[in-house]
Design a protein around this ligand. Sequence first.
Ligand code: FES
Length: 507
Amino acid sequence: MSPEFWWYVTRASALIAWVLLVISVTWGILLSTRVLKPNDNPSWLLDLHRWLSGLAVTFTALHMFSLYIDSYAPFSAADLFIPFHSTYVQVTSLGKWPIVLGVLCAYLLIAVQSTSLLMKILPRRFWKAIHYLSYAVVLMVSFHAGWSGTDVRAWMYRVVAILLIMLTTAALIVRILFPKSARTLSATVEKRRPNQLSEVKRSMYVRTVTHPATGIKSLTFADALVSELPTWVPGSHITLHLPDGMKRQYSLCGDPADRSGYEIAVLLSQQSRGGSKFVHEELHEGSTVEVSGPHNHFELEPSSEYVFVAGGIGITPIKSMIESLPARRNWRLLYAGRSRESMAFADALEQAFPERVIIHADDEKGAPPNLDDFLGGTSSPVYVCGPEPLLNALMERVPVGKLHYERFSAVARDTEEGIAEYEVTMSHSGKTFSVQQQDSLLEAITKNGGGLISSCGEGVCGTCEVRVLEGKPLHRDSVTSDEDKDEIGVMYPCVSRSSSAKLVLDI
Ligand code: FES
């Protein structure tokens, strides 16, 4: 073996580890800020981030091992693991510091990587605090690599080093400018809030119609003028603007990668107030209808494992979530319904994912699904869409932060009534007005020129969402959990009020 072999290994592994680390941190920043949204995908961002960081640790280990073997720059085990032990100096004015930083980086990398592997069982705050150290690592590595390698004076090395330092700087600037947490809900507030004065509608025609189950009609809408529709993420819905002025939201259930059309599946409801009746009776291939959106209140957050529960037509957003997941992602689905004939996509899902999908048709099993057996004490996020009893049963079993849901209808909110009169300020116009407890906040906003668009008026669809800048709302909607709304600072004024004397809204 050439005597230079281990020197080459040392230098190559160092450079590769550095490149991987910078890209991994950059990827992590893209994941936490979602600045590329909606043209990214949290699942593959997370996969790639983990894969790159694992690889960076592997190459770091190889770098240390080859340093130990290589005789060109002699390093003992103590030199590699004890700061200030090595006497190796490449740039005299910096003394031992570049090597010391390298040793410290190795420890920090191990801490970051091992806590990431144990993420599921560690308190999230602890994991996060350690994970933030990766920013320090990437900066320290720049100094270590830039001033301690035997080839630091080679122009090629300098070019690579400058590029990596520039990329690191750019990534950290993005992180500072977009400090919001990785919660996808918060990252999508701007995107999914079609505030205020108008909403963009497009005239779409029905391209295809199918009947995937008894009483369910599936339609794909396309735009004759554009071949590529706006991107959307699983869990999104579109709003159909019916000729009589009604607006109805339906979850998209197709493949998010197919941008040629929006697919929905609609159950003909016995209690239809016109929406599903119109879809079933008036919309045929070639029919046109105005459509706005897609918007999203039910977004899939990055996770290594998912549990899905769908009841009846609640399968629609869940289906698009499942179809967007990478092939090797861990997930399982419990899909419950009254009978197999009434369960859209049941057979297709079962055939495509026989190991992961449990179809529970009441008429076949003779009893409701056993949720305790299915959940099995999972600590994974649970996504559910279905009727109220199913949702309530899951709320009793899954911790608040782990349960993500979408409702079909408004729930009776058993909350206190809020204060008798409160003051609302619209931050854009500076206008302030008073609202009585029993009055609609949405109407008061509209009367005062706020121009919020709305749809259901029942706190279900999420259309009237508005960001709260100051004050404490009294949530009375059924869109998401109160914790989620408070975390991202939004409210739905069609039904919600204030529990503080003053509210400042971002309108
Ligand atoms: S209009 Fe539907 S939630 Fe307010």
